[in-house]
Design a protein around this ligand. Structure first.
Ligand code: AMP
Ligand code: ZN
Length: 471
């Protein structure tokens, strides 16, 4: 099966193919590890996981890189405020990110490069851009990309350079006076002791640090080659970040950088983009503390087509939980079938047609609503068969096998016997944390004992507390 995916640049659906005919090389912009990622970020990562899992389900070989931005204004500011080295500041957020990926059942990818490990490669690209006349040094020692020299600038986001607003790139306003053109963006930011403390790298252009955009060009090209098949990110990354990545990479290599662009629409709250700057965000941990599971959140983030905005509400999260409950009820019902059917009826054709619908839906630009519709139609039909005692152990096991196949893509079925941590215990843990904050240690100890009596221990991790089954 092949995947037809909408491409942002051509605004049409294309078949996704590996240009070396073997391995599909895919780059996804990852988090800046200065804080916990919020569930808006995770919408993007969950959809990218759906894409990756679908590709692998269809038989593609995939090599994927997701970067971690461990150097930018925010990480530096955080490290300076705390008075610790950059890595000490970013470590807990790096750890938390990987824990959250696991909770959301996001499959690990092949590479998680970190920007600070790729500074020499960034410097090399910048030198090449200077040599080609595409970049210049400003009076303060920073290096800027002269975007008017790159004729294809705007190709991805479809705008004409003359319409570009001054400083639309969101780069440091304070740097603006030293640019030739206000819309040029920084490749290398000259060291500023007040802003950067003691965080800087040596380079042929002087002390300083890379701009954010160059990080992704360097990591993508170093790990995946000068031309990559698929590049994804949230829609806010399209401009200026991805436009700048094209200018840097193609300006340097002279080759097409990305064959296929995919952008994921935002998760909203009260119809506004969920974002740290607006303060309207929830972390995954916030939702776990309220008693929801990683699967509930994954299902919610997954269940809406990636090119539509998704407005987060508590009702929608409750609805996601209920949908998972319907799946779980049927799985348990099927698992408990231990005898032959009393009134046997063949289900092969039913499963086959559901499977075709499921795969065709995903192959058509990851049409998850249609794919889930075939799942829930099948659940309804199988429940009806169970009611009529029309299926027995053997049919149930064939149906469970199909679900296991689909779950390679969805990753939401409770197919492993291991149980999730009971919600009631998550709630007790939350209450205990509250009690501790209020210094009510008697209550906090009482809640801890209650959790212990239920077979769980409280584990302190660098990123907070969590429950673990008593061994
Ligand atoms: P950032 O850490 O802000 O660079 O974001 C990391 C990734 O999450 C990027 O691909 C963003 O486009 C994406 N992202 C940020 N906010 C949202 C949101 N509200 N909904 C969906 N994706 C988002
Ligand atoms: Zn990026």
């Amino acid at each position: 099966m092949q995947l037809n995916l909408f491409d942002t640049e051509t605004k049409t659906k294309h078949l996704v193919t590996p240009h070396d005919k073997e391995t599909l090389r895919m780059y996804t912009c990852g988090p800046t590890i200065y804080n916990f990622a919020h569930i808006g970020n995770f919408r993007t990562y969950v959809v990218e996981d759906l894409l990756r899992r679908t590709l692998r389900f269809f038989g593609y070989r995939v090599e994927q890189a997701m970067n971690l931005t461990d150097i930018d204004d925010k990480t530096i500011r955080g490290a300076i405020e705390k008075g610790v080295p950059l890595k000490t500041f970013t470590d807990p957020f790096r750890l938390a990110f990987f824990e959250d990926l696991k909770t959301l059942n996001i499959e690990p990818v092949e590479h998680y490069p970190e920007a600070t490990a790729y500074i020499p490669q960034m410097i090399e690209i910048i030198e090449e851009l200077i040599a080609k006349g595409l970049a210049y040094k400003s009076p303060d020692g920073s290096i800027y990309y002269a975007i008017r020299k790159f004729k294809a600038y705007g190709r991805l986001s479809h705008f004409c350079l003359n319409e570009l607003q001054v400083n639309a790139s969101g780069d440091n306003l304070a740097d603006e006076y030293s640019k030739d053109d206000a819309s040029d963006f920084a490749l290398w930011k000259a060291y500023d002791p007040t802003r950067d403390g003691n965080i800087y790298w040596e380079s042929p252009f002087g002390k300083g640090r890379p701009g954010w955009h160059i990080e992704c060009s360097a990591m993508a090209m170093s790990l995946l080659g000068e031309t990559i098949d698929l590049h994804c990110g949230g829609v806010d990354n399209m401009f200026p970040h991805h436009e700048n990545e094209i200018a840097q990479s193609e300006g340097c290599s002279g080759k097409r950088f990305v064959r296929h662009w995919m952008h994921i629409e935002h998760l909203l709250v009260d119809h506004k983009k969920m974002s740290k700057s607006l303060g309207n965000f929830y972390t995954l941990r916030d939702l776990l503390f309220k008693g929801f599971s990683g699967s509930d959140v994954r299902y919610l983030l997954l269940s809406c087509h990636y090119r539509s905005q998704l407005n987060f509400t508590w009702d929608s999260l409750h609805a996601a939980k209920q949908s998972l409950q319907r799946i779980q009820d049927l799985v348990i019902r099927l698992r408990e079938m231990k005898d032959p059917a009393k009134n046997p009826q063949p289900i092969g054709a039913l499963l086959k047609s559901a499977d075709v619908q499921f795969k065709e839906a995903l192959a058509d630009d990851l049409n998850i609503s249609m794919a889930l519709a075939s799942l829930f139609d099948l659940i309804r039909d199988l429940n009806a068969y169970c009611d009529k005692q029309a299926i027995g152990e053997q049919e149930a096991s064939v149906a469970l096998h199909l679900f296991a196949q689909w779950d390679r893509v969805l990753a939401i079925f409770p197919l492993q016997e291991e149980e999730e941590i009971p919600q009631v215990l998550q709630k007790l843990l939350h209450k205990r944390e509250e009690a501790r904050k209020q210094k009510n240690f008697a209550l906090s100890d009482q809640l801890r004992d209650e959790i212990l009596m239920n077979g769980y221990v409280i584990e302190d991790t660098k990123t907070g507390v969590r429950l673990k089954k008593k061994s």
